[in-house]
Every structure is written in structure tokens, then in C-alpha cells.
Design a protein around this ligand. Structure first.
Ligand code: SAH
Ligand code: SF4
Length: 347
């Protein structure tokens, strides 16, 4: 077996600084290389014109620059959905949404997901593997290049549980966030988790201003246990004290994502119980109209049920928004395009 070369897009600025010091070069070479990669967006080492020839040759021996290929692209109103093929022929997707406040990219973090949420396409297939840092960075770079745009926001809400791939996700955030790299403000980056408590605790210590969203989807353990198996490992009575500590330590406002599933979690009693649970926290609820998938029995709540749920939370003084629906015509929900593609391929 050949030696697996590290991909240059998987290196944080710090990784590259260490690399250059190790090969007897000045640390600031890392900044120059980062500028070529992320400001000038070159595609080969030879294009790094202010780097000496023998350093370039050394880098060519030590790093690869392999990239992802775009397998499929679907375009809807204000939404572009990409399916990528990875080097080992696995697939992941990313979705670019045009909001009035900017262009937001939803990135995948794993191939499949082990959390097994009942309503989610990604959870239908077990995690095959974690995405490497470069595979997340390249979703971003490829889409910016393909659409000739600057992405203003990144949400880690595609396929996978980011906190089940913690180190690579943190390196990705570092590359996004560093001024020498992509230079995206931390407040423009959101990580979404189904509630992996030990990783929330670790994340709390990172001291990054990145937004944290929690996929709550139920006001109590009884309902949450039925739709999110992770709740058995990390139930709400253990999750909430950690979230309260998170708010206190970071001073950041939390987001609770709440998909409204008809007849399951959308009753008035659920709204009141939810309000009760989060009252007094620095948090808001983002109500998500369910994107129905072809395989699962869950149904989207009716519009008036969604509105009533919203009003009830408002009346309870809970900050609440309803997520705008994007691209049901392009199967924009988490994991749907990949799932369809794999099925067609295997038919
Ligand atoms: N694993 C992480 C992040 C990826 S999922 C998490 O669960 O938070 C991102 C969000 O999409 C989650 O809130 C998830 O519950 C939601 N989601 C999954 N399937 C969906 C669907 N069919 N319609 C609407 N939202 C969905
Ligand atoms: Fe995984 Fe998130 Fe889907 Fe649950 S909702 S299966 S955690 S990707």
C-alpha cells in the first residue's frame, strides 16, 4: 500500500506552520500558502509564485491537492443542491441557499449518520465514515467557484452529526474562520447537533464565537425517545443543565431546532411544555416545516398548526422563527439527494 498523502486543504494554518518549521523553513510560509489557497484560489503548487522552487517540490512530495467532483447539481428557486463524489466513490451533498441576508451553505460532515433519527434520510443509512477536513473545505470552495459567488454563512446541517466527527469539524471551522484563510466570521458559522453532551462540553471550551444549534424536536423524553434514539443516551434532563452552562459560559444565544411532525410533536400541549422547558434561557426556537421524504411515514404539520404552535410560543414570550422552506423540488432535506442517487444506482 502506498503512503496516504495529506491533503493540503485538510491543514489548518497551525498545521502548516508546524510543517514549515519541521522542514526548516520560516513559519510565515504557512501564511503565504494559505493566501494562495484561500485568497487567490490557485489549483496547483506551481502557481505559488513567491514560494521557492525547492519548497514547492517538497510540498508536492508531502501533500496532495485532490479535490471533489460535482456529480449532480439541481437548481430551484434561490437554492442549489450539489451531490459530490468522493475519492472512494461515496457521495455527500451540500446546499446553497440565497437568503435576503446573504448566501448560506449547508455542509455535510459525514457519509451517513449513526444517530438514526427516525424522520431523517441520513439516519437511515449508518455512518460509513467521517468526512475529512478537506472534504468539508472543498464543498465550500467548489460551490463558490461553480457559482462564482462569495458564501457569507455556513451551517453544518447536511449529512452527518458534526459532533461525531469533532476534530475534523473543528479544523474545518478553523480554516473557515481564520483571517488568513477563508475569513468567514465565527458568528456566520452554525454547528448543529442532535445533542452529544460530552462534545457540547468540549465545544464550550473552544472559546469560538460560533453559533450552536440543538436539534430538539420534542419537549419531553417520552416523545424524543421515540424519534431520536440519541435521547436514550443523552436525555433532556441531562442535556439541559449542560446547555444552560453553555449559555452562561459563552454568553451566546442558543438555537433550538424543532421540526413539526404532524400528530407527533405539534400539539398545543407540546408548545406549552416546550415554552416551559426553555423559559429564561438565552435561546430561540426555529420551527422547521418537515420536508417529507419518500420512505418515511412522518408527515409535515399543516400550515395552521405550524402558525398556532408559533403563536403559542410567542405568547409565552419565547423567541421563535419559522424556517423558510427551500427546495422541496430539489430534495433539499438532509440526505435526500444522496439517498435517491444511491437507490437509482443500485436498482
Ligand atoms: N446531525 C445534526 C446536523 C445535521 S441534521 C443534527 O441533527 O442537528 C440538520 C437538521 O435537519 C436537524 O435539525 C435535523 O433534525 C433536520 N432534518 C433532518 N431531516 C429533515 C427533514 N426531512 N425535514 C426537515 N428537517 C430535517
Ligand atoms: Fe443524524 Fe442529524 Fe439526521 Fe439525526 S437528524 S440522523 S443526527 S443527520
Amino acid at each position: 500500500m502506498g503512503v496516504v498523502m495529506k491533503n493540503i486543504y485538510g491543514c489548518t494554518l497551525e498545521d502548516l506552520e508546524n510543517y514549515f518549521m519541521k522542514i526548516g523553513e520560516k513559519k510565515f510560509k504557512a501564511t503565504q500558502v494559505f493566501e494562495w489557497l484561500y485568497k487567490k484560489r490557485i489549483h496547483s503548487f506551481e502557481e505559488m509564485r513567491n514560494v521557492k522552487k525547492n519548497t514547492i517540490e517538497q510540498m508536492q512530495r508531502d501533500f496532495c491537492m485532490d479535490t471533489l467532483s460535482i456529480e449532480d447539481k439541481k437548481v430551484g428557486k434561490d437554492v442549489y443542491k450539489y451531490l459530490f463524489t468522493l475519492k472512494d466513490n461515496e457521495h455527500v451533498e451540500a446546499v446553497l441557499m440565497e437568503h435576503d441576508y446573504g448566501k448560506s451553505l449547508c455542509v455535510s460532515t459525514q457519509v451517513g449518520c449513526n444517530m438514526g433519527c427516525m424522520f431523517c434520510e441520513s439516519g437511515r443509512r449508518k455512518r460509513i465514515r467521517n468526512l475529512k477536513t478537506e472534504e468539508m473545505v472543498l464543498q465550500f470552495l467548489k460551490i463558490e467557484a461553480d457559482l462564482n459567488i462569495r458564501i457569507t454563512h455556513v451551517v453544518l446541517m447536511g449529512i452527518g452529526e458534526p459532533f461525531d466527527n469533532y476534530e475534523n469539524v473543528m479544523a474545518f471551522i478553523s480554516i473557515l474562520n481564520t483571517g488568513k484563510g477563508i475569513d468567514l466570521g465565527a458568528r456566520h458559522i452554525t454547528v448543529s447537533t442532535s445533542g452529544v453532551i460530552p462534545k457540547i462540553q468540549e465545544f464550550m471550551k473552544e472559546k469560538r464565537q460560533v453559533n450552536l444549534a440543538i436539534s430538539l424536536h420534542a419537549p419531553n423524553n417520552e416523545i424524543r425517545n421515540k424519534i431520536m434514539p440519541i435521547n436514550k443516551a443523552y436525555p433532556l434532563n441531562e442535556l439541559f443543565p449542560v446547555l444552560k452552562e453553555y449559555s452562561k459560559k459563552t454568553n451566546r444565544r442558543l438555537t433550538f431546532e424543532y421540526i413539526l411532525l404532524s400528530g407527533i410533536n405539534d400539539s398545543e400541549a407540546c408548545a406549552l411544555e416546550l415554552a416551559q422547558r426553555i423559559r429564561g434561557m438565552n435561546a430561540y426556537v426555529n420551527l422547521i416545516p418537515y420536508n417529507e421524504t419518500s420512505h418515511l411515514e412522518f408527515k409535515k404539520s399543516k400550515t395552521d398548526t405550524i402558525m398556532r404552535f408559533y403563536d403559542l410560543l410567542k405568547k409565552q414570550d419565547i423567541q421563535v422563527t419559522i424556517r423558510r422552506e427551500f427546495g422541496s423540488e430539489v430534495d433539499a432535506a438532509c440526505g435526500q439527494l444522496r439517498s435517491k442517487y444511491e437507490e437509482e444506482k443500485h436498482e
